[in-house]
Ligand binder design. Structure first.
Ligand SMILES: [Zn+2]
Length: 315
């Protein structure tokens, strides 16, 4: 729903941190692949032949560059890996995650926390409903959703851009949806943006003024048909977004009532009266609604996209 904002420097830092962890002598994928039991498993079964040939040279040594490419792959590169390395069944996937692609180990390591602190994804990018803070003392952090599920594509289990910091509800709801076959928005690149907007469907004046809940909240699309729209519809289906957002009707009522009380004139008056505090009407509205409706900041507060869309729509 909301794109994860990472500038190029931050992205590079994250890649450096992840490779440092993955190539460490005592941890990471590189270490697992060097282990003789891992090598034996990959070599012994024909279903792993393509994987074995990718990771080891003719002398049986790990090809470091290929490990690095895999763990730092972007979305299109991950899709190339899916075409090249294929899909695995549950037994195979469990075995591969046990011997090689140890997400369970990564998830508990300091590096996972450090990367999350660097990313600063403070609200779930899938739903924009739940906070996903990472505490400094490592006692709390968001879950990592595997965008391409590790149960189907286990070799992407520790690829950093396959890991989406998210709330547990979205992570659980998305589960093992095969996003390669049935794509949803990829939060490092995609977003609802202006393609999909929340809207209130009602002709009831009380609901319109925010003092009644006789309305439905729906997701409307600005384009009649597009690949993005199909992804959003899939995401809505899988994560039950429309239904979940209809649980926030009380919040929508507060937005519309607040907007009714604070007319355009009043907003302008506040802007003129406090020139040192506010640069724009959007700044004033953000404070009045205790949210941040500026597009670049949608990822900072829960329900910011909803607040933005309702405010624009009912203006
Ligand atoms: Zn979520």
């Amino acid at each position: 729903m909301i794109k994860i904002q990472l500038d190029e420097d931050t992205k590079q830092d994250i890649m450096d941190m992840h490779w440092k962890d993955m190539s460490h002598k005592q941890t990471g994928l590189y270490k697992s692949l060097q282990n003789s039991s891992c090598k034996t498993v990959l070599k012994s079964r024909s279903c792993y032949e393509v994987l074995y040939n990718y990771f080891y040279n003719l002398s049986g040594n790990v090809i470091e560059q290929n490990v690095k490419k895999l763990v730092l792959a972007n979305k299109s590169q991950m899709e190339e890996y899916i075409v090249k390395l294929g899909k695995f069944n549950k037994t195979e996937s469990d075995e591969l995650q046990k011997y090689a692609f140890r997400y369970d180990k990564f998830a508990g390591r300091q590096s996972a926390y450090n990367i999350l602190k660097k990313m600063k994804v403070n609200v779930c990018p899938y739903c924009n409903r739940q906070y996903t803070f990472t505490l400094e003392n490592n006692s709390m952090r968001p879950q990592f959703d595997h965008f391409y599920p590790k149960s189907l594509y286990p070799y992407l289990a520790v690829s950093i851009f396959n890991l989406i910091p998210s709330c547990s509800i979205c992570n659980q709801a998305k589960s093992s949806l095969d996003t390669y076959k049935e794509p949803i928005l990829y939060p490092y690149e995609d977003e609802f943006g202006e393609t999909a907007k929340f809207a209130v469907d009602t002709e009831d004046i009380k609901s319109f003024l925010g003092i009644g809940e006789n309305f439905q909240l729906s997701i409307n699309y600005s384009e009649s048909h597009s690949a993005t729209q199909e992804k959003i519809k899939k995401q809505n289906n899988v994560l039950h977004l429309e239904k979940m957002y209809n649980m926030h009707k009380d919040y929508v009522c507060d937005i519309t009532l607040n907007q009714y009380i604070n007319s355009d004139d009043r907003v302008n008056e506040i802007l003129l009266k406090f020139p040192d505090l506010f640069d724009s009407k959007e700044d004033v509205l953000s404070v009045l609604h205790m949210n941040d409706i500026r597009k670049d900041n949608w990822g900072k507060r829960p329900l910011s996209k909803l607040t933005h869309d309702i405010l624009k729509k009912t203006k």
